[in-house]
Design a protein around this ligand. Structure first.
Ligand code: C2E
Ligand code: MG
Ligand code: MG
Length: 760
């Protein structure tokens, strides 16, 4: 379809008006000039002839009056004489006549003249008054003849003026106008050519349509955009191509506006466009011009951006930002409906171990599998879920590395939340096949309810997070509901944390010592250093309360170093005070154990204090070794090379894997006091204690029982072949001074009765 420019409007239509004005002026001037000449001339000449004849009449009358005054005779008899004397002959075509009082011509000179005349009269005075008059009559013919000549001249002049004022300028004007018109036409042609090029080559579709909505013409881009062959679009209703402006008037579906809308190709496929409609008038007809832009790409990148902003790229689940958004809306809905919603905060247990040991690729795949499983198990189509919670809506989001949230809406009761949480635990607990590995993982879930637990959006997330930590503390793979007590505990923990930050500098830490003794000989074999916190002005705080905080904040590293240095130094000072060398056990935390330079740190402290490596035993827990096997093997080997011994603390509470015991350089197993407590009465605990002792013996490890409080327990352990014991039965942990006194007393007793042991 080619571009047909609209017919131009006549911009020079004022040309005739201009010509008319010019013609009118020229005609008027020429007319005035042509008429004023002869008219003026005739009038002046006529006035002169009148004056002259009047003067002549008066002069003659005076002469004749004089002549007749002297004669008393009737003056009329010698008029002819009078005429002879009085009337001088005139060369002019005039007659002079004397009339008596009755008007009768008495005498006359000159021949009678015809034609237009001018006459003047003067009275003749006799002794008794007026006796007659002299009448001078002149012919106007000469004046008229000259007037004609003048008229001829002025007419010529008038015509010349007319030509000068009108014909010539008009011709010049016309020529200029023609030249201008020509220029204009050329410019129009160029502009139209440009327009045509723009129209035909524009990337945007240009459509011309009637205000009623029928397409009249369009450019090739529009044809291509809508998928029509050339010329096939003319006459198509606009509504077949584009969706009208929403809410537009029925009679004006495509008004002069810009809006985004849907468009349809010839084959029926839909695509998004932006259309800008403007109005124009061609030959008094209204037309609409629409610029149509295909915005498919823009919409796609907008959608992609919005996806990136709202979804997690690894798992495809909603991300933190979308989760917050949905939670906010869900809270508003819960307010209206009166139904509870639950926010569940999930953290995968020991995910870091998998990530570190099997690599991030495996970690990522596992996260994807867990995400799919989570979303799947909460889907409504799931029959079990549907039966139990009909109107429950769930949203699973990934909010961090191994952190997920589940938003559960429309809860009829707390039990439903419990059901959902248990379902999640079960789902995550199933093995995941990732690459060649079958991976087992679990998750800890913190749950908070809205509006039951109150709080705003951030408060809810914090509460769920807090409850999740409690679930972790409870041994992982479980869920925990937020409560106000939990909050109070968190507040207390917060206070503790703040005070702990100054405890080391404020010398608020002290060490207590608890002895260990050989179960066979009854001799003291060593002592365990146990940390106490004595905040200024407050009660002493036990390590169970503050060690986890030190762990979380990382303060355990400097504090742990202090413990080791302080314990070694105090042991050396006791020795300088005359007490014999004694083995020292010091607890190590997981964080300390993960320090790359742990071995050199220990070496430096031993060097600094002079305490022998062979007298030092470090206590670790099983989980610390399990979290990083390779690193653990390396560090323990380094410490063993120095002569430092290793003990596994709280044995039996963790993995109790036999495999690792062989790989690590471990010397001692400490049976956790929870197994000792109910021996010998509880057969199960007793069986465990017996098994641990047997295991240690077979691996040639020394075995120490913790928390021995009764002689019965001691007897049982001794009988089972346990090497050493530690517990209140022997001594409670006591500060350095009290312990030194206690020890000296025992030594004194031994001097007096060398065979006497600490116990029998
Ligand atoms: P643990 O290493 O297993 O220490 C033994 C715990 O059992 C001590 O508790 C001790 O007071 C208690 N105990 C000893 N005999 C008996 C008994 O007959 N009956 C009962 N019921 N309890 C007994 P404590 O001092 O509260 O220490 C708790 C835990 O704190 C320790 O357990 C250890 O894991 C940790 N800890 C203590 N000091 C340090 C330290 O300096 N560094 C690190 N990293 N952890 C420490
Ligand atoms: Mg210990
Ligand atoms: Mg222990």
């Amino acid at each position: 379809m080619t571009y047909a420019p609209p017919p131009a409007e006549a911009p020079w239509r004022d040309e005739t008006r201009l010509a008319k004005i010019l013609t009118w002026i020229a005609t008027t001037v020429a007319f005035i000039v042509s008429m004023a000449g002869p008219g003026g001339y005739f009038w002046l000449s006529y006035e002169a002839a009148l004056t002259e004849s009047a003067v002549a009449a008066r002069l003659q009358a005076a002469l004749i009056t004089q002549a007749i005054t002297g004669s008393s005779t009737d003056w009329r008899h010698n008029v002819s004489d009078l005429i002879e004397t009085a009337f001088a002959p005139s060369t002019l075509p005039e007659t002079r006549a004397i009339h008596d009082a009755t008007g009768v011509v008495v005498a006359q000179s000159g021949a009678a003249i015809a034609g237009p005349l001018v006459a003047s009269a003067a009275p003749l005075m006799g002794p008794d008054g007026v006796v007659g008059e002299v009448v001078v009559t002149r012919s106007l013919s000469p004046i008229l003849a000259r007037t004609l000549v003048v008229a001829g001249i002025t007419l010529t002049l008038g015509l010349t003026i007319y030509a000068c004022l009108c014909v010539l300028p008009l011709r010049a004007l016309r020529r200029t106008l023609e030249a201008l018109k020509h220029e204009e036409a050329k410019a129009r042609e160029v502009a139209e050519e440009h327009l045509r090029i723009v129209f035909e080559h524009a990337i945007e579709g240009i459509i011309v349509f009637t205000p009623e909505g029928t397409l009249e013409s369009c450019n090739p881009a529009a044809q291509e955009m809508f998928g029509y062959p050339a010329g096939a679009m003319t006459g198509i209703p606009m509504t077949d191509l584009l969706q009208p402006l929403p809410g537009a008037d029925r009679s004006d579906l495509f008004p002069t506006r810009q809006w985004e809308t849907r468009a349809w190709r010839r084959d029926g496929t839909e695509f998004p466009v932006e259309i800008t409609v403007s109005e124009t008038r061609v030959a008094r007809q209204h037309q609409r011009i629409g610029i149509v832009r295909d915005i498919t790409e823009r919409k796609q990148s907008e959608a992609r951006l919005s996806y990136l902003a709202n979804y997690d790229s690894l798992t495809g689940l909603p991300n933190r930002s979308l989760f917050r958004d949905r939670l906010e809306r869900a809270m508003a809905r819960a307010q209206r409906s009166g139904l509870q919603l639950a926010v569940m905060f999930l953290d995968l247990d020991r995910f870091k171990t998998i990530n570190d040991s099997l690599g991030h690729d495996v970690g990522d795949l596992l996260l994807q599998k867990v995400a799919t499983a989570l979303a799947g198990c909460l889907r409504k189509t799931d029959s079990v879920a549907m039966n139990l919670c009909d109107d429950v809506e769930t949203t699973v989001s990934r909010v961090g590395g191994d952190e997920f949230t589940v938003l559960v809406e429309g809860l009829p009761s707390t039990e439903t939340a419990t059901f959902v949480a248990q379902r999640i635990l079960d789902t995550v607990a199933r093995p995941f096949q990732v690459s060649k590995n079958e991976l087992f993982i679990s998750t800890s879930i913190g749950i908070t309810l809205y509006p039951r637990d109150g709080a705003d959006l951030d408060g809810l997330i914090k509460q769920a997070d807090m409850a999740m930590y409690r679930a972790k503390d409870l041994g992982r793979n479980t869920y925990y509901f937020y409560s106000d007590e939990l909050n109070a505990e968190a507040a207390e923990r917060h206070t503790l944390e703040a005070s702990l930050r100054h405890a080391l500098a404020g010398n608020e830490f002290v060490l207590h010592y608890q002895p260990k003794a050989d179960l066979v000989t009854g001799q003291m074999t060593g002592v365990e250093a146990l940390l106490r916190w004595q905040p200024a002005g407050r009660k002493s705080v036990g390590p169970d309360k503050f060690i986890p905080i030190l762990e979380d904040t990382g303060l355990i590293v400097p504090v742990g170093t202090w413990v080791l240095r302080q314990a070694c130094a105090q042991m050396m000072s006791r020795r300088r005070a005359g007490l014999p060398p004694l083995n020292l056990a010091v607890n190590l935390s997981a964080r300390q154990f993960r320090q790359q330079d742990l071995t050199s740190q220990v070496a430096a402290i031993l060097q600094e204090t002079g305490f022998e490596a062979t007298h030092l035993e470090l206590e670790l827990t099983e989980s610390m070794l399990m979290d990083d096997m390779e690193g653990g093997v390396r560090i323990l080997a380094g410490l063993a090379a120095m002569g430092v011994r290793m003990a596994i603390d709280d044995f039996g509470t963790g993995h109790s894997s036999l495999a690792y015991l062989k790989r690590f350089s471990v010397h001692t197993l400490k049976i956790d006091r929870s197994f000792v407590r109910d021996t010998p009465d509880d057969p199960e605990d007793s069986a465990i204690a017996i098994a641990v002792i047997a295991l240690a013996n077979s691996l040639k490890l020394k075995v120490v029982a913790e928390g021995v409080e009764t002689p019965a327990q001691m007897a049982f352990l001794r009988q089972q072949g346990c090497d050493e014991m530690q517990g209140y039965l022997l001594s409670r942990p006591q500060d350095a001074r009290a312990f030194a006194t206690w020890w000296r007393d025992r030594l004194d007793a031994a001097v007096h009765a060398p065979s006497a042991a600490l116990f029998q």
